[in-house]
Design a protein around this ligand. Structure first.
Ligand SMILES: Nc1ncnc2c1ncn2[C@@H]1O[C@H](COP(=O)(O)OP(=O)(O)OP(=O)(O)O)[C@@H](O)[C@H]1O
Length: 629
């Protein structure tokens, strides 16, 4: 999947290089996460040093106890000193453990915060090519692996190094010959283990990618559960999702295999060196080169030397694992914000005043001027790599030919305060026009203007504050009716909420549930009918009282009553504002000021209903089909 960059394939902000190795992170990228907690980490390091001192003191005290016992002298406070050292060590390490876990959670929180903020600011085009579940998994699962950098020995290893060096010095003083032998055995074994654990980084990243693919598959299955049930595809969907779970399991096992190789190699190092010390040390005691007390102290120091090595190795593995996950996190954090690269912004306030007046009085509210637009084309997942749901599997085609344009030379105007309808067959590009007005995408050619100003020169947030947008599908969010209404107008009171609900003929939903505004609407508003969902979304837009409203009418067939309610709702929202509505039923737009007819991305006619019936055959056909002429 590797793709070389040539001038012909110069990348747009949405293009990603599809490296075979996937996104990688370096230790340098990990450091800022740790620096944020430098105070606590400093405390932990001090605790590690104290713990190291407490450990190093113990063999010396033990050796002294043996010598005292051998010489039949009184022990005095030596035993209490030893007990004190052990208890202090226990308490300090408990506190250190808590601090590390807490800081680990802090690192996870920081990365989650950053990811959530970045994801919600990504350009809309990113969501066209990425799988929701994979993004969710990066926030939920990948971030947790960063915790291990702190909790699996990373910071304690610093104290461990002191213990290690102290133990080596003590052993060198006791018996340099024995030390030489020990270091040789340990170095060989640990070198091998270190090399092995380097492989954990890639394996861990792949494992996380599989978890991402699994999350995406589960998300797909759950969000489409009704369709899947109705299609009798439950078992096939279970099999497909389970296959993703097995993919994640396989990669998890691969990580386990690598760490399973590392752990015994480290264990062998310890055992062999212990046996060497015991054998050679015993011989040296017999030959009078060292005393029994010294040999015991040497063996205790040996343990102290090996233990931190285990810690360092554990930390090394954890860091490599975390870097695998950090690569996936960083990949999202490195994406540009929606606003990245915007030109200097004109304040909208000069254009649309509180009473809807403008310094450009003759400019229309919305104007499309020779606009052509193509979506960044994506290619599907590589079938040879079924679990690969990583964004690298997608890469927009570099050249956009006319064939791929979904809008071509589109020009039309929506005069201020008027009601304009867009009609045309499915796929004609109607919803795309609304997306361009919301600046979810920018036109490839031409310009879209609001009050005479090119949208690209306006601040997105201010622009959107002027526009109410009612999407065609699933415009209701899980939560209560109130949550839905307050989404765009958090300060509205109950009376205002109830007023807009009644304006769109939704007063009945308040009465039918005793919870009223606090009634739950379920995931995607499933507890409401299609018509009610659409009208709730209109009520939400209405509450914000925007001067311009874009309405993508629901395609679901509405019965007579609902259709009337919808027409009344549209009349209610049209009063005193500019309205651009995509109509699937001509009856809802027949009395619009203007109707723009689109076909295959082109404007093929514009006028009133009466004019279009006469002049545009496609419109006449639509009207005849809907029994209007
Ligand atoms: N996010 C997207 N990425 C790629 N192509 C898209 C995207 N959204 C729409 N398209 C394509 O653009 C074309 C126009 O789609 P659009 O949704 O604007 O049509 P429409 O007229 O609103 O259709 P309908 O009446 O069925 O809602 C279609 O061919 C569609 O496949």
């Amino acid at each position: 999947m590797t793709q070389s960059e040539t001038p012909a394939t110069r990348r747009s902000p949405f293009t990603r290089r599809a490296d075979r190795g996937g996104p990688r992170a370096t230790v340098r990228q990990l450091i800022p996460y740790l620096l944020e907690h430098r105070g606590v980490i400093a405390v932990v390091i001090v605790l590690s040093l104290l713990l190291a001192a407490a450990s190093l003191a113990q063999p010396l005290v033990v050796s002294r106890v043996i010598s005292v016992v051998e010489a039949s002298e009184p022990l005095g406070g030596l035993v209490w000193l030893l007990v004190g050292l052990v208890v202090a060590q226990g308490l300090l390490s408990g506190y250190q453990h808590y601090l590390l876990q807490r800081t680990g959670e802090g690192v996870v929180l920081t990365s989650r915060r950053q990811l959530i903020a970045r994801i919600l600011h990504l350009p809309i085009a990113e969501f066209d090519t990425r799988r929701t579940g994979d993004l969710v998994s990066r926030v939920g699962s990948d971030t947790t692996l960063l915790r291990a950098v702190l909790t699996q020995g990373g910071v304690e290893a610093i104290g461990g190094i002191v213990t290690f060096v102290g133990a080596i010095i003590a052993m060198a003083i006791i018996d340099p010959v024995l030390l030489g032998l020990t270091v040789l055995v340990v170095a060989v074994a640990l070198g091998t283990a270190g090399l092995l654990s380097l492989r954990i980084r890639d394996a861990s990243r792949q494992a996380q990618e599989r978890v991402g693919a699994l999350a995406a598959a589960v998300e797909r299955s759950i969000s489409s559960v009704r369709t899947i049930r109705a299609a009798g595809a439950t078992e096939r969907e279970i099999a497909a999702t389970t296959e993703e779970a097995e993919g994640a399991w396989k990669m998890g096992v691969k990580v386990a295999k690598i760490s399973a190789l590392v752990v015994p190699v480290a264990g062998i190092a310890m055992q062999v060196s212990f046996l060497v010390v015991l054998g050679v040390g015993g011989y040296r005691v017999a030959s009078g080169a060292i005393t029994v007390a010294n040999l015991v102290a040497f063996i205790l120091f040996l343990f102290m030397m090996i233990m931190p090595l285990g810690q360092v190795l554990g930390a090394f593995m954890a860091i490599n694992q975390a870097l695998g996950a950090l690569g996936r996190i960083q990949e999202i954090l490195d994406l540009p914000d929606e606003d990245a690269g915007d030109r200097a912004l004109a304040p909208l306030a000069i254009m649309v005043g509180p009473a809807n007046e403008t310094v450009l009085p003759h400019a229309p509210a919305i104007e499309f001027d020779d606009v052509s637009f193509a979506y960044a084309r994506t290619r599907p997942n590589d079938p040879a790599d079924p679990g690969n749901a990583s964004p690298d599997a997608f890469a927009p085609e570099p050249d956009v030919t006319d064939r791929q344009h979904v809008l071509r030379d589109v020009s039309f105007r929506v005069p201020r305060g008027q009601r304009v309808a867009l009609v045309g067959p499915s796929g004609a590009g109607k919803s795309t026009i609304l997306s361009l007005i919301e600046r979810f995408y920018d036109p490839s050619v031409g310009s879209v203007r609001l009050g005479g100003l090119d949208l690209r020169s306006l601040d997105r947030a201010e622009l959107r504050a002027q526009i109410g947008y009612v999407e065609q599908d699933a415009p209701v969010l899980a939560g209560t009716i109130r949550d839905n209404l307050l989404l765009g107008s958090p300060n509205a009171d109950d009376a205002q909420c109830e007023h807009v609900l009644r304006a769109v003929n939704l007063g009945a939903v308040l009465e039918r549930d005793p919870a009223g505004l606090d009634a739950q609407v379920g995931e995607d508003g499933i507890m409401l009918s299609g018509g009610e969902r659409q009208r709730l979304a209109i009520a939400r837009a209405l509450l914000a009282a925007p001067p311009i409203l874009l309405l993508d009418e629901s395609t679901s067939s509405l019965d007579g009553v609902n259709e009337r309610m919808m027409r009344e709702a549209i009349d209610a929202v049209a009063a005193g504002r500019t309205l651009l509505v995509i109509a699937h039923r001509l009856s809802t737009v027949i009395d619009s000021d203007r109707i723009v007819v689109l076909d295959q991305g082109r404007v093929i006619g514009e006028g009133t209903h009466g004019e279009l019936v006469e002049t545009v055959p496609l419109y006449r056909e639509l009207a005849e089909h809907q029994l209007l002429v």
